[in-house]
Design a protein around this ligand. Structure first.
Ligand code: HSE
Length: 432
């Protein structure tokens, strides 16, 4: 028998794949949720764009096409925002906060752009703003960062936080296929959106990187702070070269503390050793790898998208907020006390892999090596494969600043002995 004494009314903005799962689970597991939170959690209003669509788990009487009526409803205690987009989601959340409602959102783009404004409003109005589902879907990563390892010093966070791109890169790696072909197949199978830009160009991962960096380093980080490169230029040859080196290419969201105590935050395709735990994260799965001073290495793995997985994280937040409400008090607010600055990408150190199409004749290697040396970029290995008059040179460097690498590449592109710079990729991990 339920020992819950209180009822908390829940309103929802949006009812797509994620919202429908939230509604279904709220209905199916209401007894357990009441026991776990100390309150009956009742979905009382759901704002949708199209009232004519049948929603299996939401009675018609709960639906409205007036989102303001949800955030202004005095009987609603908690608002779940799963509509996505920047506006009107931002304004609706701000209104709900002003009206004293606690918020759960899965909206990474909104948080990465307007997080400060939303957190300040939540703080001022003494309500909770939880967003576990915004990064890594079902993976509990934000709460562990905020609570479990908040007594540690995080040095670096590296995440595979976009399932679409990880699916594409996995197929390219395992089946040797080209990017365009795999993307088309992924779209047909529903693994990629019909407009895949936000995923393949890294924007979705960049929003998540900003959120992770802010939490890891107790500083405000927005999506505009994130250096971002997507995977659309990755060729089957790049993947094959990485494979030959016993590496795999992953789109990584990286947030790390530099030697100057600045935050470097970036998203780009990265070669990682097949021995690294992140290399084993296949298909649409996500994972976040954290390096902290005392804890050492941690990895969080799971489903980064989809109705039920995302709903799992949202319902965890819902119960956490309900507990705060039944026992009194608020949860955590924003922690930005460290106020670290963002490292310019030009200062960021990385190892690189540069693939060059060159003429196969005496002196070419010496000229290429000289161009690296003159920009103070140290070469770790060079491999050459001949193809008639021309050859492919694959140069792996030791760690160098991005600015030096850029100048080297510009000089290589201008050099008479280089027919083309085929690709420039970053390598994560120490030289072996
Ligand atoms: N589109 C994202 C992905 C999920 O492919 O992982 C939502 O952020």
């Amino acid at each position: 028998m339920s020992s819950a004494v209180k009822t908390l009314n829940v309103g929802m903005l949006g009812c797509g794949v994620v919202g429908s799962s939230v509604a279904r689970l709220l209905k199916e597991d209401s007894g357990d949720f009441a026991e776990r939170s100390g309150a009956h959690l009742t979905l009382v209003k759901v704002a949708v764009r199209d009232l004519s669509i049948e929603r299996e788990h939401v009675p018609k009487t709960l639906l409205t096409d007036d989102a303001l009526s949800v955030v202004n409803d005095p009987t609603i205690d908690i608002v779940i925002e799963v509509m996505g987009g920047i506006e009107p989601a931002r304004q609706l959340i701000l209104n709900a906060i002003k009206n004293g409602k606690s918020i759960i959102t899965a909206n990474k783009a909104l948080l990465a752009l307007h997080g400060a404004e939303l957190f300040e409003a939540a703080d001022k109005n003494q309500v909770d703003l939880y967003y576990e589902a915004a990064v890594g879907g079902a993976i509990p990563i934000l709460r562990p960062m905020r609570e479990s390892i908040v007594g540690d010093h995080v040095h670096r966070v590296m995440g595979i936080v976009n399932g679409t791109t990880n699916y594409i890169l996995t197929k390219m790696d395992e089946e040797g296929r080209a990017f365009d072909e795999v993307l088309k197949e992924a779209q047909k199978l529903g693994f990629a959106e019909s407009d895949p830009t936000a995923d393949i160009e890294g924007h979705d991962a960049a929003a998540k990187a900003a959120i992770l960096a802010g939490l890891a380093f107790h500083s405000r980080v927005t999506s505009s702070d994130v250096y971002c490169e997507g995977i659309s230029k990755i060729s089957a040859r790049d993947v094959a070269v990485a494979r030959d080196m016993n590496h795999v290419i992953k789109l990584l969201a990286i947030a790390e503390l530099t030697d100057k105590d600045q935050v470097s935050v970036r998203v780009h395709p990265t070669l990682i050793s097949r021995q690294h735990p992140l290399a084993s994260v296949r298909n649409a799965f996500n994972a976040v790898f954290v390096e902290a001073e005392s804890a050492g290495e941690l990895m969080f793995y799971g489903r980064g998208a989809g109705g039920a997985p995302t709903a799992s994280a949202i319902l965890g937040d819902l119960i956490a907020i309900a507990r705060n409400k039944t026992r009194g008090g608020e949860g955590h607010g924003e922690s930005d006390y460290a106020d670290l600055s963002i490292a310019p990408i030009d200062d960021v150190m990385s190892r690189y892999l540069i693939r060059l199409d060159v003429a196969d004749k005496p002196g070419v290697l010496a000229t290429v090596a000289q161009l690296f040396a003159s920009h103070n970029v140290s070469i770790e290995t060079v491999r050459q494969s001949g193809r008639g008059d021309s050859a492919e040179l694959i140069v792996a460097t030791h760690s160098a600043p991005e600015s030096a690498l850029k100048k080297t590449v510009a000089a290589l592109a201008k050099s008479d002995v280089v027919k083309s710079v085929e690709s420039v990729l970053r390598i994560e991990g120490n030289s072996k």
